[in-house]
Design a protein around this ligand. Structure first.
Ligand code: WT7
Length: 654
C-alpha cells in the first residue's frame, strides 16, 4: 500500500471513530492495582493508608490532617521523613541499586544509563557540596538547567538536606530567572555553561551573569560543565559542579525532616504580572505523587519503562519525571532534546529502543505529531507500549483518536489526566483498564479526591457547566504562595470560603458523571499546555520604550490550544510595521521566554475601555477570534472598535 493510501485509510478510520462516544477498557489490559473508588469511605483514613504503605517514615505520623486553621492545612504533621531517602536509599538498601533509574538520551544521540546506586552516590556528594557552600535547611536553591541528569541530582540533593529547590524552566529568559531568584531570596543557583537545542548552543552562564551578576543575596553559582561553552567564573562565588563533587565527602545521610518541611517552590503564572511561588511540602506531596504515579499509570516498577516527555522545569516534570517514578523505584527515559531533531521520528525511535511501556505527553505534542503524519511513528515498533497518557489541556477528540490508533495501536488505555501546579499530583483521570473513556473527558476524580461544580453563588451543580472547585483538602495540595499567605488565601480560598479550593477552571459534568474541563476562568492563557498570564505578557510589552499601551488576550489555536494575541498602541503617532512586530516579539522572548511571544500583534490607535477606564478584553477576544462583537454598551468610545476591526496585522510564527 502506498503511504498516501495508508493516510487515506487512517483518515477514514478516524472519521468513523469520531462517532464513538465511549470506549470500553481494552480487553487485553488487566489492571495491576486494586482500588475501589466507591470504597474510600473516610478520605483521611484512605490517605493515611497510602502514606503508610507507599512511603518510608523515620518517625511515623499519628496525626493525619490538621484542618483547624483553613486554608492552611497540614498533613501527617507529626511524622518525619526524607524524600531523597524514599527516592534512592530505600531502593538501594532493598538490593535494587543496579536497577536503571534513567535511560538518559542526549540530543546528539548520546546515551547514559544511570542506576539508583549511581544517583544515590552523586546525590550524596552534591548534597555535601551544597553544605560546603553554606546551604542548609530551609535555604532556597535555584536550579536553571536543561534536561540533563544533573538536574535530578540537584533536586534530590536539596531534598536530602532540607534545602528548598526553585527550578526555573530552561526555556525561560535569564531575566525571568533573576526575578524568581530575587523574590525567593535564593542563596545559590545551579546552572550550566551552555544548553543545546537542535544543533545550536546557547551560552547560559553568560546570560545568567549578565542578568544576575549583581544579585547580592545569591552567594554562589554552581556550574555544570555540559557543552564546553566559555563560562566566565567569578572567584569566590562561582564553582564548577564537577570540582565541587570531587572535593566532597561521599557520604551524606538523608536528614529526617518534618512532614510539612518545604520541599520546593515552583513559580507559575496567575492573574497578575507577578508569578506565584507555589509551595509544596514533604510528606503530603510525596504521598500524592507516589500514589498517583503507581495507580494512574498502572505501574509495575520491576517491568515497566516509563517516559514522561515534559521538561523537569514544570510541575509535570517534578512529579512524573523525578519524584513519582523515583519514589516508586521505576525505570524512566529522560530525553534532552526536541521532538523533531534530528528527525521527526526521534520520540518513536526512543520508544522502540528503550521498549517504553508507558508514555505520557501533552495534547499539543500529539497534534503536532498528527500534523507531521503517521509515517514517522510507522517507522518504528511501538508494540512495547501498554498505556499512554496526556496532560496540560483539554484534548480534542480527533487528536485523542489519532493517539489511540497510531500510537496506542488500539490496545493501550489512554489516561487524560487533569491537575495543576497547585494540586501537585493528578486529580481527575480514568483508572486504566477500569474506567470506560470518552475522548476529551478526564472522566472521574481519583479515589480520595473531591471535586465539585458550583454556580456563581457557590451552589452545587450536578449536571451541566460550572466553576470547578475541590471541597476537601488533599495531601499534595500547595500549602501557600511563598512568603505571601494573603495572596494564597485571596487567590484560592476567598471566593467560596476558606474550605473550598478555587481551581480557576470551568468544567461540565455529563449525565454519566464524567467531567469535561472547559478551560480557565481567569486571565491565564494555556499555550501548548504552558501557563502564561496576560498581565505578565502585557507588562513585558509595555516595558518596551516605544509602547504606550498593550492588552493581551487568548485566541483558540489549532496547534497550541490557545495562542497569544497582543493589541498594542505605540507611543507618539507611530504606526507599527513588520519590523516592529519582530522587534516586539523578540523583546518579549528576552524578558520572559520564547513561549510568551505573541503570535499576532494588532496595532491599535486606542484600546476599548469602559467609562471607568478598564480595558474590555472580552471585546478584544471577539476581534481576535473573528466573532460578532458582544455587548458594547459600556464602552466609553464606540469608535475605537470600528477602527480596530479594520486593522489586523498578522505576525509570522517563529
Ligand atoms: C491548568 C494547569 C498539570 C501539569 C500541566 C499544567 C489545564 C491541565 C488538563 C487536562 C484539560 C487541563 C487546566 C489547569 N489542564 N491538565 N487533562 N484537561 N485541561 O499545569 O501550568 O499548573 O496548568 O492546565 O486549565 O488549570 P499548570
Amino acid at each position: 500500500m502506498s503511504s498516501s493510501e495508508a493516510a487515506g485509510n487512517l483518515e477514514a478510520k478516524l472519521e468513523r471513530l469520531l462517532a464513538v462516544e465511549t470506549f470500553d477498557p481494552p480487553a487485553g489490559f488487566t489492571p495491576r492495582h486494586q482500588v475501589d473508588p466507591d470504597a474510600v469511605g473516610d478520605p483521611e483514613q484512605f490517605w493515611a493508608e497510602q502514606a503508610r504503605t507507599l512511603i518510608d517514615w523515620d518517625t511515623p505520623f499519628v496525626k493525619i490532617l490538621d484542618d483547624t486553621n483553613p486554608p492552611f492545612y497540614q498533613w501527617f504533621g507529626d511524622g518525619q521523613l526524607n524524600v531523597s531517602h524514599n527516592c534512592l536509599d530505600r531502593h538501594v538498601a532493598a538490593g535494587r541499586g543496579d536497577k536503571v533509574a534513567y535511560h538518559w538520551h542526549g540530543e546528539e544521540g548520546e546515551r547514559r544509563t544511570i542506576t539508583y546506586a549511581d544517583l544515590l552516590a552523586e546525590t550524596q556528594r552534591f548534597a555535601n557540596g551544597l553544605k560546603s557552600l553554606g546551604v542548609g535547611r530551609g535555604d532556597v536553591v535555584g536550579i536553571f538547567l536543561p534536561m540533563i541528569p544533573e538536574v535530578v541530582v540537584a533536586m534530590l540533593a536539596c531534598a536530602r538536606i532540607g534545602a528548598v529547590h526553585n527550578v526555573v524552566f530552561g526555556g525561560f529568559a535569564a531575566s525571568a530567572v533573576r526575578e524568581r531568584m530575587e523574590v525567593s531570596d535564593a542563596k545559590a543557583l545551579v546552572t550550566v555553561d551552555g544548553a543545546r537545542r537542535k544543533g545550536k548552543t546557547a551560552p547560559v552562564k553568560q546570560s545568567v551573569d549578565a542578568e544576575l551578576g549583581d544579585l547580592a543575596t545569591l552567594e554562589h553559582i554552581v556550574v555544570v560543565r555540559s557543552t564546553g561553552t566559555p563560562a566566565p567564573m567569578l572567584d569566590g562565588r562561582d564553582v564548577w559542579y564537577d570540582e565541587l563533587l570531587a572535593a566532597a565527602d561521599p557520604v551524606c545521610p538523608a536528614e529526617p525532616l518534618a512532614a510539612e518541611h518545604p520541599l520546593f517552590i515552583l513559580y507559575s503564572s496567575g492573574s497578575t504580572a507577578k508569578p506565584k511561588g507555589i509551595l509544596h511540602t514533604t510528606g503530603g506531596y510525596l504521598t500524592g505523587v507516589t500514589y498517583t504515579h503507581r495507580l494512574v499509570f498502572d505501574l509495575d516498577p520491576a517491568t515497566d519503562v516509563f517516559w514522561c516527555s515534559a521538561d523537569v522545569g514544570w510541575i509535570t516534570g517534578h512529579s512524573y519525571i523525578v519524584y513519582g517514578p523515583l519514589s516508586n523505584g521505576a525505570t524512566s527515559v529522560m530525553y534532552e532534546g526536541a521532538p523533531d531533531y534530528p528527525d521527526k521520528d526521534i520520540w518513536w525511535q526512543l520508544v522502540e529502543e528503550y521498549k517504553v511501556t508507558i508514555f505520557y505527553t501533552a495534547p499539543t505534542a500529539i497534534r503536532t505529531c498528527m500534523k507531521w503524519g503517521a509515517r514517522y511513528p510507522d517507522r518504528h515498533d511501538l508494540s512495547s507500549l501498554r498505556l499512554i497518557g496526556t496532560v496540560g489541556e483539554p484534548i480534542n477528540p480527533k487528536a485523542w483518536l489519532w493517539y489511540h490508533t497510531v500510537i496506542g495501536g488500539e490496545r493501550c488505555p489512554i489516561v487524560d489526566t487533569w491537575w495543576q501546579t497547585e494540586t501537585g499530583a493528578i486529580m481527575i483521570s480514568p483508572l486504566p483498564g477500569r474506567t470506560p473513556t470518552k475522548p476529551g473527558s478526564a472522566t472521574r476524580p481519583l479515589p480520595g479526591i473531591s471535586p465539585a461544580l458550583v454556580d456563581e453563588e457557590g451552589k452545587p451543580i450536578e449536571e451541566g457547566t460550572g466553576i470547578l472547585v475541590i471541597t476537601r483538602p488533599w495531601p499534595s495540595m500547595l500549602r501557600t504562595l511563598y512568603r505571601d499567605d494573603e495572596r494564597f488565601k485571596e487567590t484560592y480560598f476567598s471566593r467560596f470560603g476558606p474550605e473550598t479550593y478555587l481551581v480557576g477552571d470551568a468544567a461540565r459534568r455529563d449525565a454519566d458523571g464524567y467531567l469535561w474541563i472547559i478551560g480557565r476562568i481567569d486571565d491565564v492563557i494555556n499555550v501548548s499546555g504552558h501557563r502564561l498570564s496576560t498581565a505578565e505578557v502585557e507588562s513585558a510589552i509595555v516595558a518596551h520604550e516605544g509602547v504606550a499601551e498593550a492588552a493581551v488576550v487568548a485566541q483558540a489555536d489549532e496547534d497550541t490550544g490557545q495562542s497569544i494575541v497582543a493589541f498594542v498602541t505605540l507611543s507618539g503617532d507611530r504606526v507599527g510595521d513588520d519590523a516592529d512586530v519582530a522587534e516586539l516579539r523578540d523583546h518579549v522572548a528576552k524578558r520572559i521566554g520564547k513561549l510568551a511571544r505573541p503570535k499576532r500583534i494588532i496595532w491599535a490607535d486606542d484600546l476599548p475601555k469602559t467609562r471607568s477606564g478598564k480595558i474590555m478584553r472580552r471585546l478584544l477576544r471577539d476581534i481576535a477570534e473573528g466573532r460578532e462583537l458582544g455587548d458594547v454598551t459600556t464602552l466609553r468610545d464606540p469608535g475605537v472598535m470600528a477602527a480596530l476591526q479594520g486593522k489586523i496585522a498578522a505576525a509570522a510564527d517563529d
